[in-house]
Design a protein around this ligand. Structure first.
Ligand code: FES
Length: 351
């Protein structure tokens, strides 16, 4: 593919033909704000916050859907660009509930960040507000009053899990993202994977379980592998004071990107559940009683050794689990073949 050379804010950039101006700017380390854009999704160019100035073009084109051209001269931060972006933020804020003090998304809200960046502190276009009912009958809360109609949830649902649960209904001010016939989510084809929640740039879609558990600056994020199946999806555990308070999908996940299933995204409350076993149990006199790891390992070693001595290594078999990581399954295979001395090892996901 041929390369194209252009200048962005005085920096000469060379990128493959077909690259967007936004991607070229990112490559040059220049930040252009976005709202409706997500690198993994199609580009509707609907929010227009990413406008830039391009010499020879009269209007301000959107950088997320404009491809680079040879010799192009782009300015990402001119007075006209800043004024246009500020007006866009003012229009979005005009009918947005300004409850940032208690909004779950505070500190992680793109609209809030943009209002801060462009100095939008009050409503410049007073008018009607929405008063949709809050829908919290799902693992996540849907507050359509906060929706900015960026359509990331619509495209994310169609393009990542391929479910097509959402679409736009009505027109103009009354435009709303709904399921077919505005049915409750549980009556739709929704699988509650939460992709829409992960993509939402504002507080319209937020996970219910993390509500009130902490602000973004109070938590630590730890990249890890999902324990639920053998796909090996990565995500970030949201940890506050040593306790897991949430799960977030991340662009750093090479296997799955932003996609997760309902279990991976919302099934983490077992971690600190009081019923969870935290110590090995050993059966004594027909009763399972708590034991130390040393005691449990010693018992396993002595039982396996005596079975092997009496009946041979092939009398022992190991069945591993798809809930373990590849590394754990590899260790199981090494243990059975190298330590026990049998090829009787299998995996529950093989059949
Ligand atoms: Fe480019 Fe929305 S980010 S139009």
């Amino acid at each position: 593919m041929s390369n194209v050379t252009l200048t962005i804010d005085g920096i000469v950039v060379q990128v493959p033909a077909g690259t967007t101006v936004l991607e070229a700017a990112q490559q040059a380390g220049i930040k252009i704000p976005t709202l409706c854009h997500a690198p993994e999704l199609t580009k509707p160019g609907s929010c227009r916050i990413c406008v830039v100035e391009i010499e020879g073009i009269r209007n301000l084109p959107i950088s997320c859907a404009t491809t680079v051209g040879e010799g192009m001269v782009v300015r990402t931060n001119s007075a006209d660009v800043v004024e246009a972006r500020k007006t866009i933020v003012e229009l979005l804020v005009a009918n947005h509930p300004l409850d940032c003090m208690t909004c779950e998304k505070t500190g992680d809200c793109t609209l809030q960040d943009l209002a801060y960046e462009y100095g939008v502190s009050e409503v410049s276009f007073p008018g009607e507000k929405h008063s949709y009912e809050l829908d919290n009958s799902n693992p996540f809360e849907r507050d359509m009053n906060k929706c900015i109609i960026c359509g990331k949830c619509v495209r994310g649902c169609a393009e990542i899990p391929g479910k097509n649960v959402y679409d736009f209904t009505h027109r103009g001010f009354h435009t709303k993202v709904t399921t077919a016939l505005d049915m409750p989510l549980e009556e739709s084809d929704c699988v509650f994977c939460g992709t829409c929640v992960a993509l939402c740039p504002v507080g319209a879609l937020t996970p219910k379980m993390t509500k009130g558990t902490g602000r973004p600056w109070e938590v630590e994020k730890v990249l890890t592998t999902c324990p639920y199946c053998g796909t090996g999806c990565n995500f970030q555990l949201v940890v506050k004071d040593g306790k897991v308070v949430g799960v977030e999908s991340t662009d750093k996940a090479l296997v799955n990107g932003k996609a997760l299933c309902v279990k991976g995204r919302f099934g983490y409350n077992f971690i600190h559940h009081p019923d969870r076993l935290t110590t090995p149990l050993v059966r004594k006199d027909g009763e399972l009683v708590p034991a130390s790891w040393e005691e449990a390992y010693s018992l396993v070693v002595s039982k396996l050794s005596s079975i092997k001595a009496d009946n041979g290594a092939d009398s022992i078999a190991g069945l591993s689990s798809a809930r373990c990581t590849n590394e754990e399954n590899y260790l199981m295979n090494k243990f059975m073949r190298g330590v026990i001395g049998t090829n009787n090892v299998d995996h529950c996901a093989r059949l």
